[in-house]
Design a protein around this ligand. Structure first.
Ligand code: IPE
Ligand code: IPE
Ligand code: MG
Length: 259
């Protein structure tokens, strides 16, 4: 870790207690990008990069637990990733099944609750069952919530929420005037999560790629050229260090935030 800022200036108002400065992000959201390029640079097939990527995800989960992060959200498969070659999509789907099967004991051991967001039905019955089982088994774990975004898209999430609210209005369970930022937030697939404090994207691209579009409104963004399989402890420390140095103003002036 590099030299540290002398004074804590970061205030995590978005995540709970507005009076309390938070130097550790409560919720970290990650676009795990660069698996394919990592493998290709080593003369390997892209799928080998995805395999390594699972190990990186496992390691980051444990690093987050140790750092005191309460929520970790990982973008594993986007609603646009179906456009990839069938063979890669099939491999990712198999990798998902084996990871879900293998990781449950580790989640239990570390008191981690598993949550999945996205429309995972196209992955088939087996995945649906595995997800339901993993969710049930880890429901009472309280150390951290690990959310996997699977066939997730921010536009899908918003569209689904708007449709649900419109249906509730049509069926007279609510009125249009009751729709506000809070009801919309709660209707999103992340309704039970606080907004992310820190967003990390590996792989060098500076874009959101349709990740948590609404939820990232005031998130601190951290982009790195490191490819996902190379994102280890030192790289995570760098991201945390960058986060600590940010001044979260939420529209206020710097003076207002420091006094
Ligand atoms: C991210 O790595 C993993 C998924 C999108 C599933 P990529 O597969 O996008 O890797 P690059 O960007 O092609 O290197
Ligand atoms: C974003 O990565 C999706 C995931 C990491 C799951 P992509 O590699 O799919 O993003 P684009 O296509 O380069 O924007
Ligand atoms: Mg990519």
């Amino acid at each position: 870790m590099g030299a540290k800022a002398p004074l804590p200036i970061n205030r995590g108002e978005a995540s709970g207690d507005p009076t309390k400065a938070r130097l550790i992000p409560r919720h970290v959201a990650v676009v795990m990008d660069g698996n394919g390029r990592w493998a290709q640079a080593r003369g390997k097939a892209r799928i080998q990069g995805h395999r390594r990527g699972v190990e990186t995800a496992r390691q980051l989960t444990s690093l987050c637990g140790r750092a005191g992060v309460e929520y970790l959200t990982l973008f594993a498969f986007s609603s646009e990733n179906w456009k990839r070659p069938l063979e890669e999509v099939r491999f990712l789907s198999q990798l998902l099944i084996s990871s879900l099967e293998n990781e449950i004991p580790r989640l239990q051991e570390n008191q981690i609750q598993l949550n999945v967001i996205g429309d995972f039905r196209p992955f088939g019955h087996k995945v649906e069952e595995l997800i339901a089982r993993a969710r049930d088994q880890t429901l009472s774990n309280t150390a951290m919530t690990l959310t996997i975004a699977l066939n997730y898209g921010g536009r899908w999430d918003l569209t689904k929420a708007v449709r649900e609210l419109a249906t509730a209005c049509e069926e007279r369970r609510m009125t249009a005037s009751e729709i506000d930022e809070s009801t919309l937030s709660q209707t999103l697939s992340t309704g039970n999560l606080p907004d992310p404090d820190l967003f990390i994207r590996t792989g060098g691209e500076i874009r959101l790629s349709n990740f948590l579009l609404w939820q990232l409104a005031y998130t601190e963004l951290f982009f790195t050229d490191n490819l996902w399989p190379d994102f280890g402890e030192a790289q995570f420390e760098q991201a945390l260090d960058a986060y600590k140095r940010r001044q979260r103003r939420f529209g206020q002036t710097g003076e207002q935030v420091t006094t």
